[in-house]
Design a protein around this ligand. Structure first.
Ligand SMILES: Nc1ncnc2c1ncn2[C@@H]1O[C@H](COP(=O)(O)OP(=O)(O)O)[C@@H](O)[C@H]1O
Ligand SMILES: [Mg+2]
Length: 547
């Protein structure tokens, strides 16, 4: 009957799982909680986030967590199996041992050697291997115990300690169970029945097939559990060591094979961003990082080549622009010289001739009889024509080379030119030269004069302005000039020298003249909002005061 009984462990699984499985689970859960929900201050969280966002931390966690879960799981299962086997073996041995005691007692009782039976139990009690050894009669009364301690007391199977077995059908009852005593101590409890055999009939006149007594032993589990616990901690230590060693090895390899090289590449790229394009890295292994390094090196080579090409191009451009500047200067000088020569020739040749013509017309008018009205009228018309032609000739001379520019300077020449040009046009003109009455270098004055001449001509020809204003000033070593009109305005970005209707040579010439002296020209204009042309030119040395 005892052989049929199952081991007590079949009913004790929850107990075993709670011990190890819950420990491992709580370790992992604690770790995850620490990662996800550890209540940190903001700056701590920020620092933690920075550490966590590094590749090294991610890889370390990525290895540690699964390794911990897998190895922890395997270790927990192994431990549970190991514990089951150990406790099963211990249970069998305990049951066997109790059976041996039962047989020995039975023998002594059969022989009516009750003293020997008591001595046997006393000896067993002295070994200290058992917490309790009771022989119970059918009422549950203790009839034998080591040193007769507890004899006479009645153990009820209604006791909660007994219920795990006694609530089951008899065939279902395990050979032994683990019981936690009131003291908190855990024991194997084995119940071996003393069967009612024919030899018993001599003393026990009962026909029933019920056992005559039951041998109850409680074997402390303390030592066994202590060694299982030690085993558990040892396993845990191995597990932690395995994880730590794996993490260290992986980190070393990661550092050596990947991170170090990526860091170098990152530094080189940062330097590249700051303009250090001549840095080259050694590719090392031809792996993915090696390929990246190759790409970086190639990129550096190309950028350097393009930079060299660009340098050569910009040097070429600078040379060409210097040449263009010189040519422009020569052109402008030649143009001005030519204008001067033309103005002189017109003045000297045509001026003389017109003067002579006027004189002759005067003489002729005196010679013709005052009564010849027709001839007198013709002569008067001729004199008027000579006067207007002479005026036009002087306007031309002034336009070609205003004498005021050489004699009185930019402000006076500009004022004279504007007033002459705008006379009888109805356009209001205003000139504000403020403190600016000094002289500028002659070439600069000429360039500025031409520039304003063109701007004024634009305002008259294109703007349909009612009001034109010129302002000249010297400010902190800069000549600053503005010419504004309240005309129709235009979009300066829409003026192109190319296309079907190329325009803008005048504006380009103005910019060129400003650039020739290291200055700049700005045009602010919009449709319906008038136009304002501003020019700034550095004046060095400062202009001399005009006396
Ligand atoms: N003050 C202005 N008001 C309105 N339009 C202007 C003014 N100045 C220039 N423009 C516009 O810019 C164009 C280009 O001017 P410009 O280069 O001097 O060439 P051009 O006077 O020979 O047409 C002009 O055709 C005109 O449409
Ligand atoms: Mg123009």
């Amino acid at each position: 009957m005892a052989n049929k009984r199952r081991s007590h462990f079949d009913t004790c699984c929850p107990y075993r799982f709670s011990s190890y499985g819950s420990f491992c689970l709580s370790l992992v859960a604690g770790f995850v909680w620490l990662l996800l929900d550890y209540p940190m201050r903001r700056e701590e969280r920020g620092r933690f986030a920075v550490i966590l966002s590094s590749v090294q931390a991610k890889v370390t966690l990525g290895i540690m967590l699964p390794l911990f879960i897998i190895l922890g799981g395997v270790t927990a299962v192994q431990l549970l199996r190991h514990r089951t086997i150990v406790l099963n073996s211990a249970s069998i041995m305990d049951a066997n041992f109790t059976k041996v005691i039962e047989q020995s007692l039975r023998h002594e009782i059969m022989e009516s050697h009750f003293d020997s039976a008591q001595s046997l139990l006393d000896a067993i009690g002295r070994t200290g291997q058992f917490h309790v050894v009771y022989l119970l009669n059918t009422e549950g009364r203790v009839i034998f115990a080591p040193n007769s301690e507890g004899v006479g007391q009645v153990l009820s199977n209604e006791d909660p300690d007994c219920q795990p077995c006694h609530s089951l059908e008899e065939e279902e009852r395990p050979g032994s169970v683990v019981v936690t005593l009131d003291s908190g101590e855990r024991v194997f409890r084995s119940m071996i029945p003393m069967e009612n055999t024919p030899e018993c009939a001599e003393c026990h006149q009962t026909e029933e097939d019920e056992p005559l007594a039951v041998l109850l032993t409680d074997t402390p589990l303390t030592e066994l559990e202590a060694s299982l616990r030690a085993d558990f901690w040892e396993n845990l230590l191995w597990l932690a060591s395995a994880v730590v060693v794996t993490v260290i090895v992986v980190n070393l390899a990661l550092n050596q094979l990947v991170l170090k090289r990526i860091k170098l590449l990152g530094q080189a790229l940062a330097g590249f961003g700051r303009g250090r394009h001549n840095v080259r890295l050694s590719a090392g292994d031809p792996d993915e990082i090696g390929q990246l390094v190759d790409v970086f090196n190639e990129m550096g080579r190309r950028v350097e080549a393009e930079e060299a090409e660009n340098r050569a191009l910009s040097e070429d451009l600078a040379r060409q622009s210097a040449l263009r500047g010189q040519l422009l200067e020569r052109l402008i000088t030649a143009q001005e010289d030519e204008r001067k020569r033309l103005a002189r020739e017109i003045h000297d040749e045509l001026g003389q001739a017109m003067g002579g013509l006027a004189l002759q017309a005067e003489v002729l008018q005196r010679l013709v009889s005052p009564d010849d009205e027709q001839a007198q009228a013709q002569l008067s018309q001729m004199k008027a024509l000579i006067t207007t032609t002479t005026d036009s000739m002087y306007d031309m001379i002034l336009a070609l080379r205003p004498s005021a520019l050489d004699d009185l300077g930019l402000a006076a020449a500009l004022r004279a030119h504007a007033e002459r040009t705008l006379a009888n046009t109805g356009v209001q003109f205003e000139m504000d030269a403020g403190e600016f009455n000094g002289r500028l270098p002659s070439k600069m004055e000429t360039a500025l004069y031409r520039l304003f001449q063109e701007a004024l001509s634009n305002a008259i020809r294109h703007a349909n302005a009612k009001h034109i204003r010129i302002r000249l000033a010297l400010h902190q070593g800069w000549f600053e000039g503005h010419i504004e009109d309240d005309g129709r305005g235009f979009d300066p970005n829409d003026i192109h020298l190319t296309g079907t209707a190329p325009r803008g040579l005048g504006l380009l010439g103005m910019k060129e003249r400003a650039a020739q002296f290291g200055g700049e020209l700005q045009i602010a204009s919009q449709y319906g909002g008038g136009t304002r042309v501003s020019i700034r030119i550095p004046v060095n040395p400062p202009p001399q005061k005009h006396s």
